[in-house]
Write a protein that binds this ligand. Structure first.
Ligand SMILES: *Cc1c(COP(=O)(O)O)cnc(C)c1O
Length: 411
């Protein structure tokens, strides 16, 4: 029976060509979605996000559906035809992400991708044409310069400006698309999404926000006026350092149809196992983000007392330059703290001396990581610049480890 192959998630999904049925108004989806009030708390919404309606003897979260194709007699219409176009495990994950990024926004649609870069590229390359102008941050994710070069190779003009001080406002004239990354990675500057979105819209530009660092529990760009919320699910969203994933949430059906078409022609799709792991991980998102944000603030407060630590940034610190805007548009400040040690050698010794913090890239995971960001060569940061991602360890253990490593690495 082909219905059972797609599960009750599957029967629930409507026409793949119109995913608003899937991610938007859960009520019109036949087969049922577990409904959680839009106004419920973040923890409640996270644990129930995207779950299908309860069906006797069915699992609460159906396992990954491994399928390259589906039984498809007759006319090849959806929801499930070929595995590059749709998959029931993605459908449930897309609902979950949509419920968190755009609660109550019936027209919003979510698409998941193989990685954050796949999601970012899908928006930029599906929306922009030769001759268009695109505004990027100059202090954003380190792969953005590669994206810039590719956009320019296609005849798209790219302008850049810093995230801090809403400096992108000054280069918006004539732009077709504004790309915002706030808080920025790794510098942790913050810009005013609402202000930038209003200015961009007044000039006819669409606005996309990279929401990787904040997660949808930290800020909801669509509610702040953005047209797209885009993120790497590789980081805090999934939080265990074992999955690469990305997503795009958008409010305009035509724009999202182009993003969907891009996913189809590039084929940058997540595996069912990754999609399922991500969905499973979202259940603990509120606990992880709350815990990690609280510990990150405690860590920042301790580090700022150390004389060898300079340029400490954490948007949750009341006297951080980003705090005023962050406190207006963010509900949680995230797990990343950045700071600079006097020299490259000192930073290397510090990382080496840490016992509870892995020297590794990426961030947002339950196990703390830190790295000397300058080792990649892509960011304009000082040699001693450290990006620290605070995990879910006991705060006092982590603080003790950091202080011990600072002492042990002193000249
Ligand atoms: C990691 C990251 C990306 C890229 O995500 P991948 O899943 O590694 O492709 C994009 N933006 C930001 C802000 C990131 O931190």
């Amino acid at each position: 029976m082909s219905e059972s192959a797609t599960g009750d998630g599957g029967g629930a999904t409507g026409d793949a060509g119109d995913a608003r049925q899937v991610t938007g108004d859960a009520g019109q989806v036949t087969g049922g979605v577990s409904r959680v009030a839009v106004g419920a708390g973040d923890g409640t919404r996270a644990v129930r996000a995207g779950l299908p309606e309860a069906v006797k003897y069915e699992p609460t979260l159906p396992g990954p559906v491994f399928a390259a194709h589906y039984h498809l007699p007759g006319d090849p219409t959806g929801p499930y035809t070929y595995g590059r176009d749709e998959n029931p495990t993605w459908t449930l994950l897309e609902r979950a992400v949509g419920e968190l990024e755009a609660p109550g926004q019936d027209g919003a649609e979510t698409l998941v991708f193989a990685s954050g870069m796949a999601a970012i590229s899908a928006v930029l390359f599906s929306q922009l044409r030769t001759g268009d102008v695109c505004v990027l941050p100059d202090d954003g994710y380190q792969a953005l310069p590669l994206v810039r070069a590719q956009l320019e190779a296609y005849g798209i003009e790219v302008r850049t400006a810093p995230t801090g001080g809403d400096a992108q406002l000054d280069v918006l004239d004539g732009a077709k698309l504004l790309w915002i990354e706030t808080p920025s990675n790794p510098g942790l500057d913050v810009c005013d999404i609402r202000r930038l979105a209003e200015a961009a819209h007044a000039r006819g530009a669409v606005v996309a926000v990279d929401n990787t660092l904040a997660t949808p529990l930290g800020q909801r760009p669509l509610e702040l006026g953005a047209d797209f919320a885009v993120a790497s699910g590789t980081k805090q969203l999934t939080g265990h350092g074992d999955v690469l994933l990305g997503y795009v949430v958008g409010r305009d059906a035509q724009a999202m149809a182009a993003v969907r078409r891009w996913r189809k022609i590039v084929g940058a799709i997540p595996g069912p196992m990754e999609a399922w792991l991500a969905h499973r991980s979202i259940a603990t998102l509120q606990m992880r983000v709350d815990r990690q944000s609280a510990t990150a603030l405690a860590v920042a407060e301790v580090l700022r007392e150390r004389p060898e630590v300079t340029a400490l940034r954490y948007p949750g610190l009341p006297d951080d330059p980003a705090h005023r805007i962050a406190s207006q548009q963010m509900r949680r400040y995230g797990s990343v703290v950045s700071f600079t040690l006097p020299t490259r050698a000192r930073a290397d010794r510090f990382l080496e001396a840490l016992r509870l913090v892995d020297d590794a890239t990426s961030f947002g995971g339950v196990r703390s990581t830190a790295e000397r960001r300058g080792r990649w060569g892509g960011d304009s940061v000082p040699e001693g610049f450290i990006r620290l991602s605070v995990g879910a360890e006991d705060p006092e253990d982590l603080v003790a480890d950091l202080l011990r490593a600072l002492d042990a690495s002193a000249d």
